[in-house]
Design a protein around this ligand. Structure first.
Ligand SMILES: *[C@@H]1O[C@H](CO)[C@@H](O)[C@H](O)[C@H]1NC(C)=O
Ligand SMILES: *[C@@H]1O[C@H](CO)[C@@H](O)[C@H](O)[C@H]1NC(C)=O
Ligand SMILES: *[C@@H]1O[C@H](CO)[C@@H](O)[C@H](O)[C@H]1NC(C)=O
Length: 449
């Protein structure tokens, strides 16, 4: 919509009246944020400022306990930090853990009119992880959510914009039948569409489920929130030991988001070190009580991915439909990432053994490099195990590439047409063929700076 002159002013001032809780726009980009005990306000402020700096609109606060003080005090610190930094938050209630909406309604009521709460269409946004198969004593999950969430809040004059992850509802995807059986939702998130399943082998991530969901959601007048993630590696106990690609999953999903133009995007995740798909800081004390997780996330910094995500977020918001439009803010941006263990590792010293799905891993050095529209003649030099193993030409926008990795040190350089190195990144952890320690399939992410 284009506006000019006095009508624009009139409209703007009428919007300003409505704008008490702004963010009516589509194309919000969020990151899933696990709420755990927090050391103090500094961590909340740093997370909020980092997220805002890459263009995120809000954190989706994953709440697993709606009343314990470790949880409520972290939530308060995050709302304070968000309010002070013009950032937003909304709740994503974890229904794999929480019993029923009545356990979280007091928390939601308390914060839904906080100035830092994220609104869409003048309604407080709320999401879940799972809950699509829970009926809470009603005749169906839809009836349960309608009475325990929507009707219960309507009596307080609150009309939430409800966009749950209902992947667990029992169908293969969110199709027309889903939307006719779940009129209670205003939209959906598909958590599981972010990565290939273990049983899909070495397939690249597919957007087939997203495509069905977007069409069916729009046909029903609802929204689709598309998940974007890097990998999933969990290595906690016998029941939680798996690897889901990985490799170029993140830039491949970026391409899919731009092509499909979902209404919202949720990055999985900001700080879930247990599943290895964090892009933010993982605070040491936050996982101090989880030595299994520390063992595969300490020293595995993923913040380099933010350099790739920030220009993507801008491009998506500006309506880009192709990776060739994902251009850096400066001369270049980029990161590369790799696993520090070859997939053939025996991991004989690790009682948990190799993760299921490790057979789908590929021994690659994965690269995403962003170059401006007028780029010309830049090459990517890839060094693995101390030798130059590949020189790759580039083009404008997001370049993704994967090159076979060798044990030892890793390095990527960007070289311009005059032969000058304009950007580079080097590994701080070598690749090994095997280990007597943890069978770690997490990624080292190196910022190309
Ligand atoms: C995410 O960050 C919060 C705040 O620091 C922390 O409480 C939580 O434990 C973190 N989660 C993980 C898995 O590191
Ligand atoms: C997966 O994608 C990469 C590029 O992203 C491509 O080179 C490769 O052929 C794809 N693999 C399959 C099985 O389609
Ligand atoms: C591309 O454009 C920028 C900004 O105008 C300029 O600084 C840069 O030198 C140009 N690069 C090339 C390779 O032409």
């Amino acid at each position: 919509m284009r506006l000019s002159g006095s009508s624009a002013l009139a409209l703007l001032s009428s919007l300003a009246c409505l704008a008490g809780q702004a963010n009516a726009d589509l194309k919000g980009v969020f990151a899933h944020y696990l709420v755990g005990s927090m050391g103090g306000p500094d961590e909340a402020v740093k997370d909020v400022q980092d997220a805002k700096a890459i263009g995120l609109d809000a954190f989706a606060l994953n709440v697993q306990d709606a009343s314990a003080s470790w949880s409520t005090s972290a939530i308060q610190l995050l709302f304070d930090a968000a309010a002070a930094n013009d950032f937003k938050l909304f709740f994503s209630f974890d229904m794999a853990v929480l019993d029923q909406p009545s356990t979280f309604l007091p928390l939601f009521k308390q914060y839904q009119n906080n100035p830092a709460y994220y609104y869409h269409d003048n309604r407080p946004f709320v999401s879940t992880f799972d809950g699509g198969a829970k009926s809470f004593g009603a005749s169906s999950p839809n009836a349960g959510w309608q009475s325990q969430l929507k009707d219960a809040l309507a009596s307080s004059g609150i009309n939430p914009f409800f966009v749950p992850d209902f992947d667990d509802y029992g169908g293969a995807t969110y199709d027309a039948a889903f939307f006719s059986n779940y009129p209670v939702v205003d939209g959906v998130l598909s958590w599981e569409a972010a990565w290939p399943e273990v049983n899909e082998g070495t397939a690249n991530v597919s957007s087939a489920k997203d495509q069905v969901a977007i069409q069916a959601a729009h046909a029903a007048g609802k929204v689709y929130m598309m998940p974007l993630s890097s990998l999933q590696f969990k290595h906690i106990d016998g029941g939680q030991n798996w690897y889901r690609r990985g490799e170029l999953n993140l830039p491949e999903r970026i391409a899919q988001v731009l092509e499909l133009q979902p209404d919202f995007v949720e990055i999985i995740t900001w700080n879930d070190s247990g599943e290895s798909h964090y892009i933010g800081n993982c605070w040491p004390e936050a996982i101090a009580g989880a030595p299994a997780i520390q063992a595969y996330s300490n020293g595995f910094d993923h913040t380099g991915w933010q350099a790739v995500l920030a220009p993507f977020i801008t491009a998506y918001k500006n309506g880009a439909t192709s990776i060739s439009d994902v251009t850096p803010f400066g001369e270049f941006a980029g990161a590369f990432w790799y696993r520090t263990l070859l997939k053939s590792a025996s991991c004989s010293g690790d009682g948990l053994g190799k993760p299921s799905g490790s057979e789908n891993a590929e021994d690659l050095i994965n690269i995403a490099v962003l170059l401006p529209a007028n780029t010309s003649g830049v090459n990517i030099n890839v060094y693995s195990g101390g030798n130059l193993v590949s020189t790759l030409p580039t083009t404008a926008g997001l370049n993704m590439a994967a090159v076979g990795i060798k044990t030892g040190a890793q390095k990527v350089e960007l070289v311009n047409s005059a032969g000058q190195v304009i950007g580079a990144g080097s590994s701080t952890m070598d690749v090994a063929a095997d280990t007597s320690g943890v069978c770690n399939f997490n990624y080292q992410v190196v910022h190309i700076a």
